[in-house]
Write a protein that binds this ligand. Sequence first.
Ligand code: DC
Length: 222
Amino acid sequence: MGMIQVAIDGPSAVGKSSIARLAAKKLGFIYIDTGALYRAIGLAATLCGIDANDAARVEAMLANIRLELRHDPDGAQRVFLNGNDVSEDIRTPKASMAASAVSAMPAVRAFLLDSQRKLASQSNCILDGRDIGTVVLPNAQLKLFLTATADERARRRFHELQAKGISQSFDAVKAELIQRDEQDTNRAVAPLKPAADSVLLDTTDLSLEEAVARVTALIQFI
Ligand code: DC
């Protein structure tokens, strides 16, 4: 029998990764945070002193990049860039903006496409990202598109960054989220948008536990 594939897409800080990780844990699925791959490429550019908007140089850099995803026993995903664990380094505001910039480049998207599909073919899985339902897994058995107001998403990201000791004002967090969503939505290749056959879920007024319960129920219904 084929594997069950669940696609979860939506804008920045809508809760995709937390929901996907917890739902996957409940169901014994593998959870794959595809944003981490784009973030690692953005980080690699920064580490190489390359402007993340410089498509020619980012593209040339790809030949020297090796990415690997591993999972902790609790299901949390870790990302390795050329053998180094960069799971924390990719979460800074700078890495977020760099990820969004490189993710608009067709060469970067092509570089990551096959490995995402391969990962998804090996186990029952939940992938979260921006183009999972539209491009990466067009045949996923369930496609979810999460939304929440910009204020609520900024509030969640603000607290997440604070917990990590990264100080950025609420207004700056919100402005960056909005800018990133605009870039991700308006790019030519694989833009952020709901797949035609996706289920929309507004998480604005849902707690994490409630959102996980809804998603888990939908998956069990497949
Ligand atoms: O999900 P995230 O915030 O970690 O993603 C970081 C950036 O990567 C996001 O701004 C857009 C890009 N991305 C993408 O283009 N396609 C995906 N499937 C996942 C992320």
